[in-house]
Design a binder for this molecule. Structure first.
Ligand SMILES: *Cc1c(COP(=O)(O)O)cnc(C)c1O
Length: 413
C-alpha cells in the first residue's frame, strides 16, 4: 500500500498515474496489438529492454491499471491479472511446476480448485491434502519433491482459517512456493504478505469487483520469496531481468502469454470501478454477517453455524488477530430432519445462487450443488455436512435479511 489509506488509494490511484486527458478512470483500451513507427522500439519491448505494449494477450494498458491497483491493495511488488480466479491458480501451477513435483494443499478448498488439483495428478504432479489449520500436518506432508504449499485464508464453505503465519514460516525456511488464496478475505481485510506468502491469489469476481458483474483473477508477488534460489525458474529469463522480477516474468510469460487466460479490458474496467468501494462494502457485509450468524446460532432448528466472527468458531482468536473483519461468508446446517433445498426455496430476499462476494446476499445448499461432484466421503473429510447451507452476506438492510431468515425458519414448522 502507498502512504495513503486503502480507500483514498482505491479512488485516486488511476489519476495519480496520469491517464490520458486527465481521466478519473483509466480508459478502456480495446486494441489487441500496438504499433510502433520505429521497429527498434518493438524489438526492445519484446526483449524487455523497454516498457510498452505489444499484444494484449500478455499486457494491456487497462488491465495493467488494474494490476497496479491489486499490487497496491496487496502491498506486493507486482501483479498479473487473468480472465478468472481459476485461470490465476492454473497459471501458477502451469508456470512453476513440472512432472514429479509435489504439492501440499489444504483439504479445505474451493471445489473447483480441488478438481483442478485432481487434474494435475493425472499429468504427474502429486498432491497431499492436509488439515491446514494445523502447521504440523503441513510439515509432516512435505517431502523432498514438494515445491508448493496451497492454502485459503478462510475456506469456503465451512470457514476454517489456515494457520497462515506458521505455514508461511515453514515454507520460507524450506524455500517452498507458498500460495495463499485470499479471495474470501480480500486484500482489504488481509494481506498474505504478512504471512510470508510467495503469491497472493484473488478471484476478482468476488469482493474486489464486488457486484457480480465481471469475472477476473489476480496473482500478486508479495516480494518475500527468494527467486535466486528457486529451482523452477527458466534459465532464459534470468539474464535479462532483476532477480526480484523472475517470478513475475515467468508468471506473465509462461502463465499468461502461453496459457492464455487473459482478462479483457472491459472486464478490467468493471472490476476497477467495483474495487473503489471494496472497504465500504466489506465493512457493511461483515457487520451483516456477524448479526446474521448470531441470529442463526440462537435458532433451535440450526445445529451448526460456521463464521469466524463467532466466539464458538475454532479459529476465532486467530481470525480476530489476523483479519480486519471476519468477512461476509458464513455457513450453517439445519437439523437433519429438515430439507435444506425446501428451506432455500422459501427465502425471498436471499437469492439462490452459487456466487459469493456480491452486493446481494446469495445462498446455496452445498452438498447437492458446488460439492456434489466430490461425493459424500470427500465432503465428510472436508468437514461439510450434507445439510450445509452457504450464505454470502451482502450489503442489504440487516432488518430485511433477519426477517427473511426468520420467516423461512418459521415455515419449517
Ligand atoms: C470463486 C473462487 C475461486 C475461482 O474464482 P473464479 O473467478 O470464479 O474463477 C477461487 N478460489 C476461491 C476461494 C473462490 O471463492
Amino acid at each position: 500500500m502507498t502512504a495513503k489509506g486503502f480507500t483514498t488509494t482505491a479512488l485516486h490511484l488511476d489519476r495519480w498515474a496520469k491517464p490520458e486527458h486527465g481521466a478519473m478512470h483509466k480508459p478502456i483500451h480495446t486494441s489487441i496489438a500496438f504499433g510502433y513507427e520505429n521497429a527498434e522500439d518493438l524489438a526492445a519491448i519484446f526483449q524487455g529492454r523497454q516498457k510498452g505494449f505489444a499484444y494484449s494477450r500478455q499486457a494491456n494498458p487497462t488491465v495493467q491499471a488494474l494490476e497496479n491497483r491489486v499490487t497496491a491493495f496487496e502491498n506486493g511488488i507486482g501483479s498479473v491479472c487473468f480472465a478468472t480466479g481459476m485461470a490465476a491458480l492454473g497459471a501458477i501451477f502451469f508456470a512453476f511446476l513440472k512432472r514429479d513435483d509435489h504439492i501440499v494443499s489444504s483439504e479445505f478448498l474451493f471445489g473447483n480448485t480441488a478438481s483442478m488439483l485432481s487434474t494435475l495428478e493425472q499429468i504427474g504432479v502429486s498432491v497431499t491434502f492436509v488439515d491446514a489449520t494445523n502447521v504440523e500436518k503441513v510439515r509432516e506432508a512435505i517431502t523432498p519433491k514438494t515445491r508448493l504449499v496451497l492454502v485459503e485464508t478462510i475456506a469456503n464453505p465451512a470457514t476454517q482459517v489456515a494457520d497462515l503465519e506458521r505455514i508461511g514460516d515453514l515454507c520460507h525456511q524450506r524455500n517452498l512456493l507458498y500460495v495463499v488464496d485470499n479471495t474470501v478475505t480480500s486484500p482489504y481485510l488481509y494481506q498474505p504478505k504478512l504471512a510470508k506468502a510467495t503469491f497472493s491469489v484473488n478471484s476478482l469476481s468476488k469482493y474486489i469487483g464486488g457486484h457480480g458483474a465481471a469475472l477476473g483473477g489476480s496473482v500478486t508477488d508479495c516480494g518475500v520469496h527468494d527467486w535466486s534460489n528457486d529451482p523452477g525458474i527458466f534459465e532464459g529469463y534470468k539474464a535479462s531481468t532483476a532477480v526480484e522480477q523472475w517470478g513475475l516474468v515467468q508468471l506473465r510469460r509462461k502463465g499468461l502469454r502461453d496459457f492464455g487466460g487473459t482478462l479483457s479490458p472491459e472486464a478490467a474496467n468493471t472490476l476497477s470501478l467495483g474495487s473503489e468501494t471494496m472497504a465500504l462494502r466489506l465493512e457493511r457485509s461483515s457487520d451483516n454477517a456477524q448479526k446474521l450468524s448470531e441470529f442463526l446460532a440462537s435458532q433451535k432448528a440450526v445445529v451448526e453455524v460456521n463464521y469466524p466472527g463467532l466466539s464458538t468458531h475454532p479459529q476465532h482468536a486467530l481470525a480476530k488477530r489476523l483479519f480486519k473483519r471476519p468477512s461476509a461468508l458464513l455457513s450453517f446446517a439445519l437439523d437433519d430432519k429438515y430439507d435444506p433445498i425446501a428451506f432455500m426455496s422459501s427465502l425471498k430476499v436471499v437469492v439462490n445462487s452459487t456466487n459469493l462476494g456480491d452486493t446481494r446476499t446469495l445462498g446455496i445448499a452445498v452438498a447437492p450443488t458446488i460439492f456434489f461432484e466430490l461425493g459424500r466421503e470427500r465432503r465428510a473429510a472436508m468437514g461439510i455436512r450434507e445439510g450445509l447451507i452457504r450464505i454470502s452476506v451482502g450489503i442489504e438492510d440487516i432488518e430485511d435479511l433477519l426477517a427473511d431468515f426468520a420467516q423461512a425458519l418459521q415455515n419449517l414448522g
